[in-house]
Design a protein around this ligand. Structure first.
Ligand SMILES: [Zn+2]
Length: 458
């Protein structure tokens, strides 16, 4: 495997980044930190908006009230883990916790600027003419924050793609009007130039920086890369790498990214979400030489090989852990019923993939409701699976919800962190194969053969 050196830490190529949303949610988000040993030194993406109580938000944690005493982001998470285990006792009583140091992990900080801009809107009383000046100050504060905590890598401050209204915001007419008037293309370009000016003036800036690329069409995307490269020439500064934004959801991009692809050949429409990120990776790779490329939010299992063979060096996804969040109390009572239960809401187990010893698993790759997973199915051999022992044990723990909440949370982490490990395992495996063809020949699952059909049309 090839590695990038990130401040003395080894970042494998490619790398799957686990998304830590502690500070943006409770419950499973807490336990993901508590059981961090199951994913070892898997790199993590964290969100500035969630870990910064300057921006009040639901689920914010007191752990982030005052970070002035910290100079390492890993120490922040070490203290949070200690607090969750020792003070809040958010750990299963029959599990013996082991020492863990978050400083072994590569941390990638993303801004969450799409949320921050709403706070800015309030701050400037929805006066768009003040936005440029104020947002640039927030951008500088973001980089200062990352520098002070010695975050390993930062994603350039960027508004993100198209703004999507969430429930509850629609009623705020002032905010909706404000957001509708923003020219995000113009603001993002301003932020790129201000970013490079800031960095050129700070030769000792600690984090490695990824320039964020955005654009509605493929031609816009190319133009954005060209613009960044021209800024580099003007300001005599070189970004460490690039972050690809706004491409994670095919529903939010222009159909011209994927509408020339024949999806019928795969008998499944489900592959449409792999095309835009893959094309974006290839397009950027062709322009930037061998620098790192991170595809934001594009680390879902079907995306990984496509992105890698199109030039990405890393990606992230919240989905492996999010799928366990689907489980409700009702489902814990029915977990021994192996039949599909219409309307039920179970935590989902990642089935299929690749065993820890590198052999291809026989089950078709998908997230399956826990009750429908056979007790006899062998586990993959990852640290979470070793701790689980068997599917039956996971179900027993899941079933204990009513008497012992922590037993159920533990079962959900065994599932979610196994899924994270599967994403990481796939990264390790594909790094051994020079192209999609040789990888699929060695791992001829239905998923992979279908991916190759799409890949060959890109
Ligand atoms: Zn596993």
């Amino acid at each position: 495997m090839k590695y990038l050196d990130v401040h003395g830490k080894r970042l494998p190529v490619p790398s799957f980044f686990q998304v830590y949303n502690y500070g943006g949610g409770n419950g499973d988000k807490d336990r993901e930190i508590v059981y961090s040993e199951f994913t070892g030194d898997t790199p993590a993406l964290i969100n500035y908006y969630y870990i910064n109580n300057r921006y009040p938000h639901i689920f914010q944690s007191h752990a982030f009230d005052d970070l002035s005493g910290y100079s390492k982001i890993g120490d922040v998470y070490n203290d949070i883990r200690k607090m969750l285990i020792q003070d809040k006792n958010e750990i299963y009583s029959n599990y013996i916790s082991v020492p863990y140091d978050f400083n072994d992990k590569v941390f990638l900080l993303d801004s969450g600027a799409a949320n921050i801009v709403k706070k800015i809107a309030e701050e400037i009383d929805y006066d768009v003419s003040k936005l440029d000046e104020v947002i640039v100050q927030h951008m500088k504060d973001y980089y200062d924050f990352a520098d002070k905590l010695h975050v390993d890598i930062v994603v350039g401050f960027d508004l993100g793609g198209k703004y999507t209204e969430k429930d509850g915001e629609k009623s705020n007419k002032k905010l909706c009007d404000f957001l509708a008037t923003i020219d995000s293309e113009k603001i993002n370009n301003l932020l790129l130039e201000e970013t490079i000016k800031y960095l050129a003036s700070k030769p000792n800036f600690y984090p490695y920086v990824l320039a964020t690329i955005h654009g509605a069409l493929q031609t816009d995307y190319e133009a954005c890369v060209d613009y960044i490269l021209s800024l580099e020439n003007t300001y005599l500064y070189k970004f460490w790498g690039f972050a690809l934004g706004g491409i994670a959801s095919y529903k939010q991009v222009d159909a011209s990214w994927y509408d020339d692809i024949n999806f019928k050949k795969t008998k499944k429409r489900g592959f449409v979400e792999t095309v835009t990120p893959a094309r974006a990776c290839r397009l950027v790779r062709n322009k930037v030489g061998d620098r790192p490329i991170h595809a934001l939010g594009c680390g879902g299992y079907p995306n990984i090989a496509m992105n890698y063979y199109c030039g990405a060096t890393s990606f992230d996804a919240a989905s492996p852990v999010r799928r366990v969040g689907d489980g409700n109390l009702e489902s814990t009572k029915m977990v021994y019923n192996p039949n599909p239960i219409p309307g039920s809401s179970f935590s989902k187990y990642f089935v299929g993939g690749i065993n820890y010893d590198g052999t291809l698993r026989s089950e078709p790759c998908s997230y399956v409701k826990l009750n429908e997973v056979k007790d006899s199915m062998p586990l993959c051999g990852c640290p979470a699976c070793l701790s689980a022992g068997s599917v039956k044990n996971i179900k027993d723990l899941y079933h204990m919800k009513a008497q012992d909440d922590e037993a159920c949370y533990y079962s959900r982490q065994l599932m979610g962190l196994h899924a994270v490990r599967q994403h990481r395992k796939l990264c390790e495996v594909i790094s051994n194969y020079p192209d999609m063809k040789s990888f699929v020949a060695a791992y001829p699952s239905t998923l992979n053969t279908n991916l190759e059909i799409i890949y060959n049309q890109l």
